[in-house]
Design a protein around this ligand. Structure first.
Ligand SMILES: Cc1cc2nc3c(=O)[nH]c(=O)nc-3n(C[C@H](O)[C@H](O)[C@H](O)COP(=O)(O)OP(=O)(O)OC[C@H]3O[C@@H](n4cnc5c(N)ncnc54)[C@H](O)[C@@H]3O)c2cc1C
Length: 509
């Protein structure tokens, strides 16, 4: 019988990030995957700004930027002409260090995560399949099948189901996967080619004929085509070849394909499981939620699940928090997953709707209205904050309390850079901490000292006020960079009171 603290089932991006974040906090993990090799296809491309911010904690963000590609602009095409050019290079300026749209293919991304894990002495156990599990109350007994076919048992204190859309863990827990499947069939093709759509920018065809987007990949002449398959060909999607897909949209964008590196068709589902936690087992990533790729949210949401759960599991396993802390994982993540399914559903439905009205909206109104709307600062900011997941907050969580300035308990800590100093640098350590923008009074300092909380004091500047902070207020920040408590008045008492009733216990998490 093998034993571990956390058994991670599945070494896609979700499982790999969970392993990295748990290991960084000193938790012993085992990570298995039924596949003999890591994935070799590009799949999810966008790495959102919030993911990059969280990647700073393990010094991963720069590696993604070094290997990835920054999208300078988005172009909308109608009837063979580029009708709108939307500059994107610094769309989120002033909101984050990562104020742009970054593309990094999933296979290369996974390789980076695997290499980091390996450097820390952890290898993914390949060819090992979870066949079943029994929650025994104080541990989970997992039945694993090795590549030689032999069964073995593993006793683990917690089990993380990061095993994708067809999750064995979800089936074993019986938490269901309600939702549906869209009629349209999508294709993806990674190609080498030529033409105006290969200029390193993103190109979207809005024509009535087909939907097609051309995503730039790092390296000249490389791109990903994502399009819809319509008419009778959709019925034979599984046997479809690149040659079978409609040339119309491709011709509209003047795409000349010289070499096809990967082609796949897929049905898009929209589903969220009913429970993200059952006893000692958790569901994360595609095992818990799937939706249309519109907006590049899927993989990033799985990574967000992993980072949300990792610090909570680490705190409980190190006896620094009560087990009830783990309840907040589902509470914080399931609402976002449901909202995401609903919003991506609306975007997807608009992008693929058929009929004269939908065509008119897409081909006439959208090219006129979208550039005008994006020329407005507040619209640009709203769009960037939403897509990059900077807006994601846990205000409804039982862990969140108070409001000071415009910052609520549960918000992502607003990012501010002043004279080259950035208030996110202290977040590189995965720990609870207190931020004060202005002066921290003696009583606040004493509480921090007594509780083993690092206190970061930033001399007041107008920029902090513009970002929403209140002068001299206390912001208790969680290990994942979200504000737990915002206290504007009676700061020391409010902080002491919060700490006394929070599931966090002990000194120096
Ligand atoms: C063709 C295609 C195109 C896509 N394009 C996009 C896109 O453009 N944008 C986007 O955002 N997303 C896209 N996606 C979705 C994206 O790939 C997923 O959101 C992402 O992979 C989810 O990561 P994950 O780690 O949660 O799950 P997965 O990546 O699915 O990883 C699950 C892992 O679990 C393993 N596993 C499964 N069952 C078991 C078991 N019983 N025992 C052990 N191991 C097991 C699997 O082998 C797999 O490695 C695409 C997906 C596909 C298939």
């Amino acid at each position: 019988m093998q034993r571990c603290d956390v058994l991670i089932v599945g070494a896609g991006p979700t499982g790999l990030v969970l392993a990295l974040w748990l290991n960084a906090q000193g938790i012993q993990v085992r990570i298995i995957d039924q596949a003999l090799e890591p994935g070799t296809t590009s799949r999810a491309l966008a790495v959102q700004a919030r993911t990059l911010e969280l990647y700073q904690q393990l010094d991963l963000a720069q590696a993604v930027l070094d290997q990835g590609h920054t999208v300078a602009a988005i172009n909308l095409w109608v009837k063979g002409e580029a009708v709108a050019h939307l500059p994107f290079a610094r769309i989120g300026e002033g909101l984050t260090r990562y104020s742009f749209l970054e593309i990094f293919p999933q296979d290369e991304h996974e390789r980076l995560l695997i290499d980091r894990l390996q450097a820390q002495g952890i290898s993914v156990e390949r060819g090992v399949t979870l066949r079943g599990l029994v929650d025994q109350g104080d541990q989970v007994l997992a039945q694993l099948q090795g590549r030689d076919g032999r069964m073995q048992s593993c006793a683990t204190r917690y089990l993380a189901g990061c095993d994708g859309a067809r999750s064995t863990v979800r089936n074993a827990l019986g938490t269901g996967f309600p939702g549906g499947t869209y009629q349209q069939v999508f294709y993806v093709a990674d190609v080498l080619g030529q033409g105006p759509a290969f200029n390193g920018e993103l190109h979207v065809d809005l024509d009535e004929a087909d939907f097609l987007a051309v995503f730039p990949l790092a390296g000249s002449g490389r791109a990903r085509l994502i399009g819809t398959v319509r008419d009778e060909r959709a019925a034979r999607a599984d046997s479809l070849q690149f040659e079978d897909i409609s040339r119309r949209a491709i011709d509209h964008l003047k795409v000349q394909v010289d070499q096809l590196n990967w082609f796949s068709t897929y049905h898009v589902h929209h589903r969220v499981t009913e429970q993200f936690r059952q006893g000692r087992a958790f569901l994360l990533g595609d095992a818990a939620h799937i939706h249309s790729p519109a907006g590049g949210q899927g993989m990033n949401t799985g990574i967000g699940d992993a980072i949300n759960l990792a610090w909570k599991l680490a705190s409980v396993l190190k006896d620094q928090a009560d087990e009830s802390l783990l309840d907040s994982y589902e509470q914080e993540r399931i609402g976002f997953a449901r909202q995401l399914v609903a919003t991506t559903d609306r975007v997807f439905t608009f992008a693929t709707a058929q009929g004269p009205m939908a065509d008119l909206l897409r081909t006439r109104l959208a090219p006129l209205l979208i550039p005008r709307a994006l020329a407005l600062g507040p619209v640009r900011e709203w769009l960037f904050r939403t897509v990059s997941q900077l807006t994601l907050n846990y205000r409804q969580s039982a862990l969140s309390d108070g409001v000071a300035g415009h910052v609520h308990g549960g918000d992502r800590l607003p990012w501010v850079a002043v004279e080259g100093r950035d208030n996110f640098t202290p977040l590189n350590t995965i720990e609870w901490q207190v931020h004060v923008y202005g002066d921290a009074d003696e009583s606040v300092r004493s509480v921090c000292q007594a509780e083993g909380l690092r206190l970061h004091v930033f001399n007041w500047q107008a920029a902090y006020g513009q970002a929403g902070f209140a002068q001299d207020a206390v912001y208790l920040v969680r290990p994942d960079g979200y504000v737990a408590l915002a206290a504007g008045d009676h700061q020391a008492v409010t902080l002491t009171d919060y700490l006394a009733r929070s599931p966090r216990r002990g000194v120096g998490l």
